[in-house]
Design a protein around this ligand. Sequence first.
Ligand code: UTP
Length: 479
Amino acid sequence: MNDALMNRNVPADLLQTLKSFNQLHLVQFWDSLNAAQQQQLADQIRSIDFELIQTTLRKGLEQTDAEPQANRADKAKAPASVVRQPSSDADAGEWKRAAQLGEQLLKDGQVGVITVAGGQGSRLGFEHPKGLYPIGPISQRSLFQIFAEQILARNRRHQTSILWMIMTSDATHSETVQFFQAQNFFGLNPDRVVFFQQGCMPAVDASTGKVLLESTSAICLSPDGHGGLVSGLSNAGLLRQMKDEGIQHVFYHQVDNPTVILCDPAFTGFHADHQSSLSTNVVRKASPTERMGVLVEVDGQTQIIEYSELTPSQAAKEDETGQWIFWAGNTAIHMFSRPFLETLAEEGCRLPLHLAKKRVACIDENGQPAPPAGSSELNGIKFERFIFDALPLAPKTLIVEGNRDREFNPVKNGQGTDSPATARSALSRIGRQWLKVAGFNLADETPVEISPLIALDSDELNDAIKSGVCSLEQLLGKN
Ligand code: UTP
């Protein structure tokens, strides 16, 4: 192919790069492309770090899959220090003090929010970005609307104007921005909502390591994982902006959990009080084999072990007191200190790339769609960075136990566990619990929806009902 290509109009720098990394097939359809298509392909090729891909593939393939991980799991211990849910008056006092500190930090404008919303949401099977998913049990409020209303409510409660940074990807950016514009930013000041894009990585052929083409003029690209956050923030100038604004603490959450308590004052307070670089909210796993990453200590360092790294017997392992070692499930709710994010960015984002074998729709050397329809072949390898790989790099970490029923009800799958049905039913259940405190006993399964603009917690709901701000009928969708 080389000689023939030399006669074609492929820019010399591309030819040289492709030749040295054995990727010349990427320009094999060059002559059939128009100028705009050639430009698109050239830009994509120039954006790829072939060296990094080659090294990562080599390292990934050299590892005998289970060996180093098995070692890590064997050495792992349950985290030594966790701020547990309050179980005594003294604990309750600690949580209250932490919440007061968190509220003060919010009031002082020291807290920002990051929502990562760049994923492709393939398990859910929704044809739009996941944040647009209509999750409200009665109103069909979207996930984004719930978060926006929480931020509005916090702004009002703490007389502040929280900076909301939403990470999108090529796959989700335009639709997400258009959605916010069409909804008038849900009443938020548009200047305080910033969208920034993460990077992308090419997929490669699982057997040859060659970068896959999606069409004759485009490479198969996908978002580079939630760990793309660090360079995304830095490239968008947001680390600078946060510093200029005096934001010290950044609340991080994923787009798929409608019951997350954004900027949770107690979590924020504990994080700040411990001068933690990276804090993590954990909940007790429902069963040892639940598909959740777990926080552990390995050689004195806080780390996450993915569920896929544990055999069922490892996952159920107990310590000498009979407690599960791998109990502390990661809810993917974190607080970062802004200086730690800066350090990560300055050090050129040391988060490692992970390889995952996936089915990738592409074209073959004849320009025909591959893999063939009906085949379940995992033909490709995708590369992703994970934000929790920042944990072992953090000078100081903190683990805080959350209230699982209240805070962690993610939407991952179309049906079954962690689906829209389970998340809606959790939203209603929480609403019924708050209404019970206000004196209303509702039958199980009664759909209830409480906008964060009405109440962020049961005390606030109680006040809202007593003062006539809202009625039971309204919360049941009956007027
Ligand atoms: P998941 O790991 O659940 O991936 O992302 P996903 O893309 O949403 O769903 P599947 O695996 O394809 O079904 C957890 C969170 O990380 C974000 C997602 O938007 C979600 O909030 N994420 C994931 C990104 O922002 N970028 C990515 O590249 C990947």
